[in-house]
Design a protein around this ligand. Structure first.
Ligand code: FPP
Length: 264
């Protein structure tokens, strides 16, 4: 029995060293001059991860927060300037109340608990979305975290929360129309560079790379305007299993692409 336990422990540490070694090998292969400036992630598969283990869905979301930490740390070390995470879509409000409450609790706690550490590391936090349905205490936490971190320059973490791409574009059109009606903007002056100033992401450059986990191959109403020229990498790995190795592999895949932006 003892021998079996020892063997299992040895094997798991060997395997973890092996994956560390694999991760190191990938880091060495990275082209440091071609690191994406902005990576956006659709963190998908928490529910399936939990179901596979016979656990309630919320356990998958809790485990998913560990992947967020892993990815944030490696992105920080690689000097990636912008990381955007799709934490909660507008459509997610229609999930069972128990699950919505559970996710809100994770988001509330994560923001409150991590604010100091994020700030000490020089990370600026943006939260984008339509907060009409968001409870007041979370709205206040969002305001607070954005205010406290607003002068930070090392890295930008953008959390898409209660976010929908079509809603973002619609509210931009509405606000632009209002400015035209009030004489603050002339119709002839409207260009793409003007329109983008009405988006939630007006201070954030467009993503260079989108990663979506869990094998789903779609963008699900995420950053529709912003991803016109983004490179997409899809991986079958479920979000709670996503680690540094998978993140580096996605960047390497991005580095192998030739970005032409519509040119020849
Ligand atoms: C997708 O998995 C995940 C979500 C809808 C929620 C993820 C949110 C968190 C982990 C909290 C994030 C917190 C911060 C502060 C950024 P799914 O439920 O769609 O999985 P499934 O497709 O397998 O059902």
């Amino acid at each position: 029995m003892m021998d079996k336990l020892k063997f299992t422990i040895k094997l798991s540490s060997l395997l973890s060293n092996f994956s560390n070694l694999q991760t190191k090998l990938l880091i060495n292969r990275l082209d440091r001059n071609n690191i994406p400036n902005h990576i956006a992630i659709v963190m998908d598969g928490n529910g399936r991860w939990a179901k596979k283990r016979g656990l309630p869905r919320i356990k998958g979301h809790i485990e998913g927060t560990k992947s967020i930490k892993r990815v944030l740390e490696i992105a920080y070390d690689l000097n990636i300037k912008y990381l955007t995470l799709f934490a909660f879509s507008q459509e997610n409000w229609d999930r069972p109340k128990q699950e919505v409450d559970g996710i809100l609790k994770i988001i509330r706690k994560s923001l409150q608990n991590e604010i100091n550490q994020l700030n000490e590391k020089g990370i600026r936090v943006y939260v984008i979305g339509n907060f009409k349905r968001v409870p007041d205490d979370i709205k206040n936490t969002i305001k607070n975290v954005q205010k406290i971190t607003k002068n930070n320059k090392k890295m930008n973490l953008c959390i898409a929360f209660s976010y929908g791409g079509r809603e973002e574009i619609t509210q931009a059109a509405k606000n632009l129309a209002k400015d035209v009606m009030e004489g603050k903007m002339k119709i002839l002056d409207i260009e793409e560079s003007i329109f983008r100033n009405y988006l939630y992401t007006k201070d954030i450059p467009d993503p260079d790379l989108l990663i979506r986990t869990s094998g789903e191959i779609r963008i699900s109403n995420f950053l529709l305007w912003q991803m016109a020229y983004t490179e997409f990498v899809f991986t079958p790995v479920l979000w709670p299993d996503f680690n540094e190795y998978h993140f580096l592999k996605a960047i390497l895949e991005y580095q192998e692409r030739e970005r032409r932006f519509g040119l020849v």
